[in-house]
Design a protein around this ligand. Structure first.
Ligand SMILES: Nc1nc2c(ncn2[C@@H]2O[C@H](COP(=O)(O)OP(=O)(O)OP(=O)(O)O)[C@@H](O)[C@H]2O)c(=O)[nH]1
Ligand SMILES: [Mg+2]
Length: 299
């Protein structure tokens, strides 16, 4: 007798060092740009949920900030975010990079108990950057280092190996009915993504400490039946001296951030917007617990 296939659903938390490609993978699996991606480490600050519904399954991915030893309050909160996301997970997807040797560092986090006794799949990302022959020894090293339930080489950027990854993930999910409507892709409100898109442009445009000292807040978001939606956002920096750099000569640099952000926000929302940006200073906000709390970094 043919057995009826049971629906599977569960939470998969993606963890790994900064810059290994967690957000790129989340976006590729969703076929939607949900998480911001930049070439700089520590881009993601919050936990972001991406829902993939398929035939008989629903995988809820949690993209998390990169794993690192915290040096100030914001990073401490980021690590707590990761730990919270791990606690919620049915399965962990640990990511590393094919072209770099992060074995010792990866083992440090795994042996720290970060996995909380959950099954862990290892995804070796960025295989587009290496010769195939270098993969086998790497897989062997990781296999000996930790009892991963599966090791899967992928390229998140080029969508290589992702079908297999999805299939393997589903086999490890519990039998359950879906947690979210099947057409839903995330739980965060639009204004969260608007702030993230602006932050991405700051990460891409400025060097040194400016991106890390930036916190973006959407202060007003008015949807209008007629005319464009109105969005006013504040970009907070840590020091007054950073303000002049962000704004640039005659406001040119800030204008460019606004122009790039508006184009992406319109693509994300699928409607035209009027975007107003202003720049403020919150001294040392990264170390300021109440500011972090008010700004949703604990969510
Ligand atoms: N060549 C190549 N580059 C990739 C791949 N996946 C991600 N990248 C690049 O790696 C960089 C970091 O990617 P992210 O997705 O932001 O990495 P992350 O792990 O989310 O980083 P944090 O949020 O800072 O922890 C970006 O420049 C990506 O384009 C891949 O499969 N191949
Ligand atoms: Mg990220």
């Amino acid at each position: 007798m043919k057995q009826k296939l049971q629906y599977k659903a569960g939470y998969v938390t993606i963890i790994g060092r900064p810059n290994c490609g967690k957000s790129t993978l989340t976006n590729s699996l969703l076929n939607f740009k949900l998480s911001i991606v930049t070439a700089k480490p520590q881009t993601t600050r919050h936990r972001i949920l991406g829902i993939v519904s398929g035939d008989g399954y629903q995988i809820i991915f949690l993209d998390t900030p990169g794993l690192l030893d915290p040096k100030y309050k914001l990073q401490e909160v980021m690590l707590k975010t990761v730990q919270g996301a791990i606690a919620d997970a049915d399965l962990l997807l640990f990511m590393t990079e094919a072209q770099e040797d992060f074995f010792e560092k990866d083992m440090y986090f795994l042996n720290m108990g970060i996995h909380q006794q959950k099954p862990v799949i290892l995804a070796i990302n960025k295989i587009d950057l290496v010769e195939k022959s270098t993969l086998l020894p790497k897989i062997e090293t990781y296999r000996k280092g930790y009892p991963f339930c599966e090791i899967i080489p992928i390229s998140a950027l080029q969508h290589d190996g992702l079908d297999r990854l999805r299939q393997v993930i589903v086999t490890y999910l519990p039998t359950s009915s879906p947690f979210y409507p099947e057409d839903m892709i995330t739980q965060r409100p639009e204004r969260f993504f608007v702030a993230e898109i602006i932050r991405e442009k700051v990460f891409m445009k400025y060097g040194d400490e400016i991106p890390y000292s930036t916190s973006v807040h959407v202060e007003e978001f008015k949807e209008r039946d007629q005319g464009k939606d109105y969005i006013r956002a504040a970009i907070y920096l840590e020091r007054a001296s950073q303000k002049a750099i962000l704004i640039g000569k005659k406001g040119a640099a800030l204008k460019e951030v606004g122009r790039l952000a508006r184009a992406d926000i319109e693509a994300f929302l699928d409607r035209p917007v009027f975007l107003e940006l202003w720049v403020g200073v919150k001294e040392k906000w990264r170390r300021n617990e109440s500011f972090l709390r008010e700004s949703g970094y604990y969510d």
